[in-house]
Design a protein around this ligand. Sequence first.
Ligand code: TMP
Ligand code: ASP
Length: 236
Amino acid sequence: MEKKELLYEGKAKKVFATNDPECYIVSYKDDATAFNGLKKGTIVGKGVVNNQVSNYLMEELEKEGIPTHLVRELSERETLVKKVKIIPLEVIMRNIAAGSLAKRLGLEEGVRMASPVLEYCYKDDALGDPMVNEYHIRAMNIASKEELEKIAEYSFRINDYLTSRFAAIGITLVDFKIEFGRTSDGTVILADEISPDTCRFWDTATGNKLDKDRFRRDLGSVEEAYIEIRKRLMGI
Ligand code: TMP
Ligand code: ASP
């Protein structure tokens, strides 16, 4: 697969064109940001771990019947993916109160919600990714009713699968953020990544945080946390 021009550079990944008009190459960086880019740093080796972990999980999700952008891993940091137009929504699923939900609703971090909570944020850095509901999404033509139904259905199924997958390796899936895209024929598929950058993972036995909150909150041992997730999940 031939890597061509850089199409887009985000905070954690670069996207390149390829000689296949239906495929992109994503390249994962070690750059880390938080609080809408206000805090910047490097997590050494993060790009490699996130690429491997995300591909591993997407492969499993494909087997569960969730369509994803994954085509194949090309190298430690690079993956061939299906070309999509990202639907500009951060789709957040929450099982336990933490982060912005805990703050917004005055809940103590760690309180289990009676049922999973699905939230949407409009992906717009200049606006700080404001939370929106189905009515905003419809009214702004961000996604159709049918697309939103698919997104919600996939999100709950992904949550069910990942919750039990991580429970089996002693990790509590607190919450996570996913993104979806449309292929050229309009099919909605899971895109972006699922990694310690985009999930909250708590060690079930100790309560230790094994995700990007270690960077956001200056808790130290950030690299080690990412590697621990890969090790428990993939054995490497
Ligand atoms: P929050 O509690 O800060 O809203 O985060 C909810 C989940 O979404 C958490 O698992 C971290 C993830 N997340 C991202 O992946 N990207 C983001 O920009 C933000 C704010 C959160
Ligand atoms: N990635 C986001 C940013 O840089 C925030 C986060 O993950 O906390 O703003």
